[in-house]
Ligand binder design. Structure first.
Ligand code: UT7
Length: 326
């Protein structure tokens, strides 16, 4: 086997706003009920950012925690990719603001916009830079404050989303080029803009000159979700010549418990291997996977050498999967 570089996870971290909003708290905001939200989505509560908590401030905390677990200093990092659809400003990029707050004065940083698939896209992108030798240690962050772009009068969307951030530190390390290597083993990314009007924000710098509010045809998104998710996971299995039994942990994007359960069932992944945080976090878009990863690492579920499957689907549509050995 030929020597190859692999992007290995060295640390994880996360951050959640202090304020928790329960389903009951929504009963006075829109016409809804705890029972409807739980049954249709599996969500019980979500964290909502206070005015001084931003995508950048949450990302900074998550990044510091990931660096601490890795035993790295900020100066060890030469690439920061921040996946977000809710940046602090149109520009400069929130990633550059995080890089500055961490005191990193070298390397490069950029934001990546693939909405809920942002973390999967960012991990895949960082992997390519590390493998190409353009960077050696990367911070890959998913951070969002969707509470700022939801329409708080639309019960079909405002109950679904939450705020938060998650981060991983990747380091380029030598591997053999086989499935036994630690690190990212395959990434499968997809996009199809024909679905753009099913989940979008009705504003932007070049159109309305405003930030806009999130609009979603939930039922339409739901209809496509399971098929797209399972397609891209099956492509990952084919690429590595593995099957569901080889997976130790399935960490899906946390949008809806019913989508997660149906995808796992269709793929033949048993419930005990699925990491689920949607009950406590709601849908945090690009932050949902790294938030779930950090929980499962810190509670001892995800262990070194285990095979972990990530998957996401969201606005665009964009979707994708990553398989990595921890
Ligand atoms: O992360 C990006 C990807 N996003 C997703 O994956 C979201 C995908 N979609 C979903 O998760 C689900 O479609 C929702 C949770 C958004 C909605 O669940 P659903 O089972 O598809 O419900 P529905 O949209 O078909 O609505 C059923 C009923 C409607 O009433 P009628 O028209 O049947 O009288 C809605 O008006 O539920 C009503 N409804 C609500 N009722 C109480 C919608 N939202 C609420 C609410 N509380 N919050």
């Amino acid at each position: 086997m030929s020597q190859t570089l692999r992007s290995v996870v060295r640390g994880t971290g996360s951050a959640l706003p202090a304020r928790v909003m329960s389903n009951q708290d929504f009963e006075g905001v829109v016409e809804t009920s705890d029972e409807w939200i739980r049954q249709r989505t599996g969500i019980a509560r979500r964290h909502i950012a206070a005015p001084e908590e931003t995508t950048v401030s949450l990302a900074e905390v998550a990044a510091r925690r990931a660096l601490e677990m890795a035993g790295f200093e900020p100066a060890d990092i030469d690439l920061v990719i921040l996946a977000t659809a809710t940046p602090n400003n149109t520009f400069p990029a929130s990633s550059v603001q995080v890089q500055d707050r961490l005191g990193i004065r070298r390397g490069f940083a950029f934001d990546l916009q693939a909405v809920c698939s942002g973390f999967v896209y960012a991990l895949s992108t960082a992997d390519l830079y590390l493998k190409a030798g353009m960077a050696t240690r990367a911070l890959v962050i998913g951070a969002e404050t969707f509470s700022r772009i939801v329409d708080w009068t639309d019960r079909g969307t405002c109950v679904l989303f939450g705020d938060g951030a998650g981060a991983v530190v990747l380091e380029a390390m030598p591997g053999e080029g086989s499935n036994a290597d630690r690190g990212v083993l395959t990434s499968q990314l997809r996009a199809d803009g024909i679905h753009g009007d099913k989940l979008y924000v009705d504003g932007g710098p070049s159109t309305t000159g405003t930030v806009g509010k999130l609009r979603m045809e939930g039922r339409e998104v739901f209809k496509h979700a399971v098929g797209m998710i399972t397609d891209v996971i099956e492509a990952s299995f084919t690429a590595l010549d593995i099957g569901p039994d080889d997976i130790d942990w399935f960490v899906p994007h946390q949008a809806n418990r019913r989508i997660i359960d149906a995808s796992a069932k269709k793929l033949g992944i048993p419930p005990e291997k699925v990491v689920i945080t949607v009950e406590d976090h709601g849908n945090t878009s690009a932050a949902s996977i790294p938030l779930a990863i950090d929980r499962a690492v810190r509670d001892g579920r995800i262990q070194q050498e285990q095979l972990v499957l990530l998957e996401a689907m969201g606005g665009g549509f964009t979707w994708g999967a990553v398989v990595l050995r921890w």
